[in-house]
Design a protein around this ligand. Structure first.
Ligand code: C2O
Ligand code: CU
Length: 564
């Protein structure tokens, strides 16, 4: 199962009068959604998987290839899959978010996604995009350089995907369904995993700890995916320096560091040289948590084991990671990421913009009709962008837009917060309540767009990893406090801003991104902390067609899963 068959398409281009032949491969995978039993942290449960594995299978391709994934749903409820960070040029039909670009693939049916790679190179990932199913249904996408080209760094001796995830003892679908019914916050994860294993620090876990064996003096490339549901993560390897060379499927200027901070949704390619004393060393992943909200503070571990004969201490060396609330350490790492921006890997950041969207990002409250909520306050937690808490429609927005169906969504997502206050100051006099709606922001084809995300201190100030489908974007500026639209843009980095798909909005601060809206379609935009997304911290960008067929959405495939 999960076989990778290959085909070949030849694309002929006339460039400067020369006939150039670009070979792009086509790959075929079968993803069977099925329940499987797993035992972790002393308890066993049945959970939804792809092909019975956790994490799920790795997809491997080269830059520019196309991948067909036939998803065969042998589970008991409808699911969709998203190819996180794949731009899917003109092809929102295969993007995946449930009721945004498609209705779910019903149990007992199948659907084939066409995953079109273009400029991405490095590591991305795929995950279910229906309710909380992504907790167990996810895996890595490895995108190698195009044939005949190579990495912008010495070729590593070996590569290994490292998938960080959450472990819930309970059934994740039950957790989110109960939370929606009662209005109570959804349960936290019970722990974290590295390549599916929690590691030695958790009960009943040390026999199965993930182990990576390394040869002395060789360099390894770790392709790290953060599939954790609700917490950001610090990661490191005891006694070993890390060299970060890519993020979110684009190369960066190498960063030498002893730790990384990676948010849910992000991917990082990290080199490490096995150049320490022959022994064994922990790699560890633990939460970065900058708010007062309680959270599961525990650490997933795996073990890097040198090959050869030696007597090692009984317990492996342990890395020193920043404290869970070390905001400075997190921001220092995040702000050190710069794109390569050289001749071979140029950037394409808009120097002037056509439109700026200023989005206040908040945690709020909603009243429960007839005190139907089972919470102390009688209210329930909500979240919003510009005071609109996103309500997921019953029919996908893409279909409604394409067919001109009314009453599915509105086109009036506000361009700025509906009222201004000191977003990052004392907010005790500001209402916690938010409006609800299904509102999209319309964008003309080819517009140079800037989005400034503004953190607010409502309810609980904290950072938010905000992901945009259909694009990668340049992070041109970030700062603490309220964004100043006169002075802050003068300090933007338009020289080597990182090009990523999930940006961390710092606690009580702002971050500005830019991109050219050259991908027509319906693109979800949301916080990648799953509880926040469930609470409504989402919206949709609709990029209209251009004037030619090359700048317009592809027609829908002949079969799309029907909306029931
Ligand atoms: Cu990785 Cu809309 O998600
Ligand atoms: Cu968030």
């Amino acid at each position: 199962m999960g076989q990778n068959k290959m085909g070949l398409i030849l694309v002929f281009l006339f460039l400067d009068g020369l006939l150039v032949c670009l070979a792009a491969d086509v790959h075929y995978y079968d993803f069977v959604l099925q329940e499987a039993n797993f035992t972790r942290m002393c308890s066993t449960k049945s959970m939804l998987t792809v092909n019975g594995s956790f994490p799920g299978p790795t997809i491997q391709a080269r830059k520019g290839d196309t991948i067909f994934v036939n998803v065969i749903n042998q589970g008991t409820y409808g699911v969709t899959i998203h190819w996180h960070g794949v731009k899917q040029p003109r092809n929102p039909w295969s993007d995946g978010p449930e009721n945004i670009t498609q209705c779910p693939i019903a149990a007992g049916t199948n659907f084939t996604y066409e995953v079109i790679l273009s400029t991405e190179e490095g590591t991305l990932w795929w995950h279910a995009h229906s309710d909380w199913t992504r907790a167990t249904v996810h895996g890595a996408i490895v995108i190698l350089p195009a044939a005949g080209t190579t990495y912008p760094f010495p070729t590593p001796y070996k590569e290994q995907t490292i998938v960080l995830a959450s472990w819930f003892k309970g059934d994740v679908m039950a957790i989110i369904t109960t939370s929606i019914e009662t209005g109570a916050d959804p349960a936290h994860e019970d722990g974290y995993t590295i390549n599916g294993e929690p590691g030695d620090l958790y009960d009943c876990s040390n026999e199965t700890t993930y182990r990576l064996s390394v040869e002395y003096n060789k360099t390894y490339l770790l392709r790290i995916v953060n599939a954790v549901m609700n917490e950001e993560t610090f990661f490191g390897i005891a006694n070993h320096n890390l060299t970060v060379v890519a993020q979110d499927g684009a190369y960066i200027k190498p960063i030498n560091t002893s730790y990384i901070m990676i948010t849910p949704g992000q991917t990082m390619d990290v080199l490490f040289a096995a150049n320490q004393t022959l022994s064994h060393y922990y790699m560890a992943a633990s939460p970065y948590h900058d708010s007062v909200v309680t959270f599961p503070n525990s650490t997933a571990t795996a073990i890097v084991e040198y090959e050869g004969n030696y007597t090692a201490p009984s317990s492996p060396f342990f890395p020193t990671l920043p404290a869970y609330n070390d905001i400075e350490a997190a921001q220092k790492f995040t702000n050190s990421v710069k794109s390569l921006a050289n001749e071979e890997y140029p950037i394409n950041v808009p120097e002037t913009i056509d439109t700026r969207i200023y989005i206040a990002v908040s945690i709020n409250a909603l009243t429960c009709p007839n005190s139907s909520c089972d919470t102390a306050t009688g209210d329930k937690t909500a979240a919003s962008l510009n005071n609109v808490s996103f309500a997921t429609p019953q029919i996908d927005i893409l279909q409604a837009y394409y067919r001109g169906l009314n009453n599915v969504f509105d086109q009036d997502f506000p361009n700025e917060p509906p009222f201004f206050y000191n977003f990052t100051g004392d907010v005790s006099n500001v209402s916690l309540y938010t409006a609800q709606g299904t509102k999209a922001r319309m964008i003309d084809y080819g517009e140079a767009v800037e989005i400034v995300y503004q953190g607010t201190n409502l309810r609980a100030a904290m950072s938010h990893p905000i992901h945009l489908h259909g694009f990668s974007f340049y992070v041109v500026g970030t700062g603490s406090g309220n964004f100043n639209n006169v002075t802050d843009p003068t300090n933007y980095n338009l020289v080597d801003p990182p090009e990523i798909n999930t940006v961390n909005l710092p606690k009580s601060g702002w971050v500005a991104i830019r991109f050219v809206a050259d991908n027509p379609g319906v693109w979800f935009l949301h916080c990648h902390i799953e509880r926040h997304a469930s609470w409504g911290m989402d919206t949709v960008l609709i990029v209209k067609n251009g004037t030619t067929s090359d700048t317009s959405m592809l027609p829908p495939p002949s079969y799309m899963p029907p909306c029931s």
